[in-house]
Write a protein that binds this ligand. Structure first.
Ligand code: ADP
Ligand code: ASP
Ligand code: MG
Length: 437
């Protein structure tokens, strides 16, 4: 059994939904994870934004536009009036549910309930369409089995038991459909796996079912060797190992949610990145591949803040870094990159919500400087230190660009360089020219 996940653009219109249904039917008895139709989660976020600001008419108007979009898709997608009526009823339920929430008390619980409707709507429509095509598709409601524990981590035992039970009860299914992204938390309340989290859902399901493969179907033919949103002429990378994929996903390759790699890696399940618009393309396969001595790809992570602590006390002293790290831990802020010298240390963070308090505490240990609006540029591949020349080529590519810090040797898989956001696109382009052309 395989797990097939289709992202927002893959189910973004009636035409795209038909194409997905075709792929799903041909694939056999698999578990199919769907995202919300593209744009829907953003619209739902917009509605919750209005509600946080107490702008009820704004929320209502946005919901009305969303409702119209869905009625358009319904009239186009189905060919029988019966299917159209059933789909209209199911979508109407979700729209009505949001409408009721708009009128009531609003806080974080209601926000999450609203955000969950996107995946509930896309799966309801697809399930109905498959039925219309004569496919026995069975819905596995994510809110009945997908759950996180008190640390916000997936509760794998609970998920395995509940999902197994739901599948056993429906053994005659041709295919199973389920929602990506949404879950319940440790309190049993509706929650989600954060933006882009449908990839994570697919990987969690793949792990608990010990699936043969996890397929992430999207709008591009695999992981490209640079960010196609900023660089022209990028090419798909045919093979990656789990570590390389994790580095790329974490450092900005949007095609894959960073959390998606670990469950697949732990269970040694290959992850294949495929293109719904070009299903015959080979895409990228991520598996336990042996080192091959090559640079695979470049990615960039935005909104980075670099924090420097300079102190004479660091010289020949022990325990200094411990105090620095403890400060970040106290403020529950994770560190991405580190560069040290005998008289100072610079760290980068991407969540600056507690920056003021962190800086305040760090001032006990030395002089603190903050550089905002930075970007981490990450070169990923088999960069085992005995392989020669990779670092020099990466650094040479950025010869005319000011580099704030460099990190290499932390793992065998990356060289990371911090630059100002104004130099990001230029840095990505130059790296493509130097490393791949
Ligand atoms: P989905 O809605 O299917 O989850 P996403 O928008 O999350 O799709 O991810 C696909 C997008 O990721 C692509 O359209 C592409 O613009 C972007 N992307 C960023 N970096 C890369 C990369 N290195 N390789 C491929 N796609 C990338
Ligand atoms: N619909 C959610 C989002 O837009 C989850 C996903 O698409 O992966 O973030
Ligand atoms: Mg995505």
């Amino acid at each position: 059994m395989k797990v097939l996940k289709f992202g927002g653009t893959s189910v973004g219109s009636a035409e795209r939904m038909r194409a997905v249904a075709d792929l799903v039917r041909r694939g056999g008895r698999n578990v199919v994870v769907l995202s919300a139709m593209s744009g829907t989660t953003n619209t739902l976020v917009e509605i919750t934004d209005y509600l946080y600001k107490g702008n009820i008419p704004g929320a209502q108007e946005t919901l009305n536009t969303l409702e119209m979009k869905y009625s358009g898709v319904i009239s186009e997608l189905y060919s029988t009036d019966t299917a159209r009526a059933r789909a209209a009823m199911l979508i109407g339920e979700s729209i009505g549910y949001i409408r009721a929430l708009i009128q009531g008390e609003f806080a974080v619980a209601e926000e999450r309930e609203i955000l969950a409707r996107g995946e509930l709507m896309s799966t309801a429509m697809m399930n109905e369409y498959l039925h219309e095509c004569g496919v026995r598709s069975v819905m596995l409601p994510a809110l009945e089995y997908m759950r996180t524990d008190s640390n916000g981590e997936p509760d794998m035992k609970y998920i395995a038991t509940r999902l197994g039970r739901l599948m056993d009860m429906n053994q005659d299914a041709d295919v199973y459909i389920t929602q990506g992204y949404i879950c319940r938390n440790a309190f049993g309340d509706i929650d989600n796996l954060k933006r882009g989290g449908s990839d994570y859902t697919a990987s969690i399901i793949g792990a608990v079912l010990n699936a043969e493969e996890i397929q992430i179907w999207t709008d591009i033919d695999g992981m490209h060797n640079n960010d196609p949103r900023y660089v022209e002429g990028t090419r798909p990378v045919s093979r990656l190992n789990f570590e390389e994929a994790a580095e790329l996903a974490y450092f900005g390759a949007k095609i894959l949610h960073p959390n998606c790699v670990l469950p697949a890696k732990l269970n040694n399940i290959p992850v294949r990145l495929l293109n719904t618009m070009q299903p015959e393309a080979t895409g990228t396969v991520i598996y336990n591949m042996p080192p091959d001595g090559s640079i695979k790809a470049v990615a960039a992570k935005d909104n980075i803040t670099a924090v420097k602590i300079k102190s004479g006390r660091m010289l020949l002293a022990y325990g200094f870094l411990h105090k620095v790290f403890e400060t970040f831990e106290k403020h529950r802020t994770s560190i991405d990159m580190i560069a040290t010298s005998e008289v100072g240390v610079t760290l980068t963070i991407d969540d600056d919500s507690r920056l003021a308090a962190i800086v305040d505490d760090l001032k006990h240990f030395g002089t603190v400087t903050v550089d905002r609006d930075m970007v981490i540029i990450c070169v990923v591949g088999d960069l085992e230190w005995h392989n020669r020349g990779f670092e020099s080529r990466a650094v040479a590519a950025l010869a005319d660009i000011p580099i704030r810090m460099i990190s290499y040797g932390g793992s065998n898989y990356n060289i990371s360089m911090v630059v100002h956001k104004d130099n990001k696109v230029e840095a990505l382009r130059r790296l493509s020219e130097k490393l791949f052309d």
